[in-house]
Design a protein around this ligand. Structure first.
Ligand code: PLP
Length: 494
């Protein structure tokens, strides 16, 4: 027996001591490494154990602190022992990993994580991840993955219709909201100047500029940098005192820039700002964009889920006029991360921006094949997460989910007002920006103490130039008891 075969047998025994190596029928070919490709009975046993271990860990997480408790120095020591020279049994490795996850992350799956827009993932999307992992389809081309590509396109069309975009609208799932916003800028540049694709920003008659509010998500700076228009091309328009883009200031900035030979290419409004859940004046901004011949993108990364609610979707009026949209399923739609969407009424611009020819690819279908219409090439089957969730819950179920979190925040608002706190933002969505009563410790200190207590997770943010404490309902199962405990944690330190 060769040394590699000995090592394979040893790996297998480590992985599954009760299971012998599979017989290789290729006498002159070594058997596949069994640590990587174990037989069915081993896979099933390990998967079953993992399923049970995850369920147990979930129970413990719900009872434990929201914050990580890990000793990082000890973790680094343990990591140093992974020299990857000696194989270790997978079951042991899984148990080790679960311990790190249980104690080494802020638990978004905790009902008192009132944090950034990262959700507690819904169950159908977790199932989707298992399925995607098991089949591992390549989502670059409809030739290799006809069913997944059709499923993704179907979901994108359903979201586009729900937003009121025209029937020809199309798009795709992205790694996250930042990629979707980046795609919007590339589309805007491509549509504004036909020679952009060949000559880059040199093709424009002058320096280009894009416009968004100072409350925008800061990834726009990186996007401007990556796209080659430069960070200075990002115009941060002032707000109206309520966290919404000031329409008058936007119109003035466009006129002023044009007079100086600058070429405006994109207006990006936000429907659900990261800091305060505010919605820019979408209809007025769409009108200004049309007047100036500029692409209008609506970044509804988080707030877009309000489309699911009959009661709340009216808040997004004007979204139907957008040239393109970002909506993240991994935010308020509560799928596993990351699962962004880019949708546009101009699919031909997407195809123009990402066109390429590759004769080795199994298909070449314009306006369908993801490798011809997105930044990515190899892609995971991300859209299955939203397909299964939406199909299982229906718009109504998702509407209930969205309305429930808005209601939870409304109840929290009442309780904090009753204790003398004031509300800084005027959002009907599920984000609250609050300020403690006069004489309370600094907001940063309150937040620090709440986090140290492990009872809840909240954040410091800035709203209209003022420091606020930001609370967002992101867990679909948080209860009024959780709200009560948050109030106790906040007021105990205030
Ligand atoms: C309004 C908005 N746009 C874009 C993003 C970036 O999304 P992602 O983190 O999925 O890249 C965020 C993130 O919170 C956001 O709130």
């Amino acid at each position: 027996m060769t040394s590699s075969q000995t090592s394979i047998r040893r790996s297998l025994r480590l992985l599954a001591p009760d299971c012998d190596a599979r017989v290789s029928h290729d006498s002159d070919l070594p058997a596949p490494p069994q640590a990587l490709f174990p037989p069915r009975e081993v896979r099933t046993r390990v998967e079953d154990q993992l399923t049970r271990a995850l369920a147990d860990a979930r129970e413990r997480v719900l009872q434990g602190p929201v914050m990580p408790t890990i000793d990082r120095a000890r973790l680094r020591e343990e990591l140093a022992r992974f020299d990857f020279a000696t194989p270790r049994p997978l079951e042991e490795l899984i148990a080790w990993t679960l311990r790190q996850m249980e104690h080494g992350v802020v638990h978004m799956n905790h009902p008192r994580y009132f944090g950034l827009f990262n959700p507690a993932a819904n169950f159908p999307s977790e199932c989707a991840d298992r399925i995607s992992g098991a089949f591992n389809p390549q989502l670059a081309s409809s030739g290799s993955s006809p069913a997944p590509v059709e499923i993704e396109a179907h979901v994108i069309r359903a979201i586009a219709r729900r937003a009121g975009l025209p029937p020809e609208s199309a798009g795709h799932f992205t790694t996250a909201g930042s990629e979707a916003n980046y795609t919007a800028l590339i589309c805007a540049l491509t549509r504004a100047e036909p020679r952009f694709g060949t000559d880059g920003v040199r093709a424009f008659a002058g320096p280009v500029a894009m416009y968004t509010s100072r409350e925008c998500q800061p990834a726009w700076f990186k996007i401007a940098h990556q796209a080659g228009i430069g960070r200075a091309a990002l115009r941060l328009i002032g707000t109206d005192g309520k966290g919404r883009l000031d329409v008058g200031a936007l119109a003035q900035a466009l006129v002023h820039d044009r007079a100086r030979g600058i070429v405006p290419v994109l207006i990006s409004t936000t429907a659900g700002t990261t800091g305060a859940g505010m919605i820019d004046p979408l209809t007025e901004c769409a009108r200004i964009a049309r007047e100036h011949g500029v692409w209008h993108h609506v970044d509804a990364a988080w707030g877009g889920a309000a489309l699911a609610s009959e009661r709340l979707r009216g808040l997004l009026a004007g979204i139907e006029l957008a040239d393109s949209l970002t909506i993240d399923a991994h935010k308020w739609f509560a799928t596993t991360m990351g699962c962004g969407m880019f949708i546009t009424r101009y699919p031909q611009t997407l195809s123009e921006a990402f066109r390429v020819s590759a004769d080795f690819m199994p298909s070449n279908v314009a306006q369908l094949d993801p490798y011809l219409n997105t930044m990515q090439w190899s892609r995971r089957f991300l859209g299955l997460r939203l397909f299964l969730s939406l199909a299982a819950a229906g718009w109504q179920g998702y509407g209930e989910h969205v309305e429930r979190s808005a209601e939870l925040i409304a109840r929290l608002k009442e309780r904090l007002l009753a204790r003398g706190w004031s509300i800084a933002n005027d959002s009907q969505l599920a984000v609250l920006c609050v300020v403690p009563p006069p004489g309370s410790p600094k907001i940063r200190d309150i937040v620090r103490r709440v986090l140290e207590s492990g009872r809840a997770w909240v954040a410091v943010s800035t709203y209209e130039g003022r420091e606020v404490l930001r609370i967002c309902a992101t867990h679909g199962e948080s209860t009024l008891a959780d709200v009560e405990e948050l109030v106790v944690a906040l007021t105990a330190t205030a």
